[in-house]
Design a protein around this ligand. Sequence first.
Ligand SMILES: [Zn+2]
Length: 235
Amino acid sequence: MSETAPSLLAIGAHTGDVEVTMGAVIAAHTRQGGTATICHVTLGEGGHKTKTPAAYAPQRQREAEASAKILGADLVVFPYADLGFAGGPDVVAKLVDLIRERKPEVVLCHWPGSWHSGHTQSATCSLQAVETAPIARITTAAPPHRVKAVYCPENWEDPFDFRPSLYVDVTEDLPRWEESCRQHELFTGGASSFRYLDYYRGVMAAHGAVAGCQFAVAIARPYAFDPRRVPFLPV
Ligand SMILES: [Zn+2]
């Protein structure tokens, strides 16, 4: 592929969400000339089965830094606590600032149909920030910026009404995806009993079978009011 991939901003609720669900897409983009920023809204420090949040937080920061480096992405971590995260206008404002500062062409975020409240809040804030960032009368330090497209990769915790319409061929990027995920204790069995790497490698193989390649990430467009005017019904 000779075209340069677009610039990305990938937003996740917890450290690891972006890497395990969107990491292969990020690796594909940076390999093909795109730039990428990963934003963790929280460190996800409340998710360890034995470690306290205070003990786990600095580890998660180190894991996120190592993982982003492997994916060729910049890293931004917001200072919100994981447990009890409830989104809100302050989070939206910080995401608007980030979008205006980084000027991504594409935003990746959680699919809104999630059983995890932190993911739902993160998705809502991400979509609100994309809607707000181009509005000129809302002034911030950086000028307005319009994101061209928003996509949601598949996440086992965000399954409700998820219907993919795009498959990104990540066959070349699986080794870098796995290496980035292995920086996280969460994905190597120490912090959770969920078999993340087996699950995501399996679904990427299944989607690859559908898409005609070895491994693919399934992508859906988020809910949007996106009216189009046409002179007659398209066929
Ligand atoms: Zn999460």
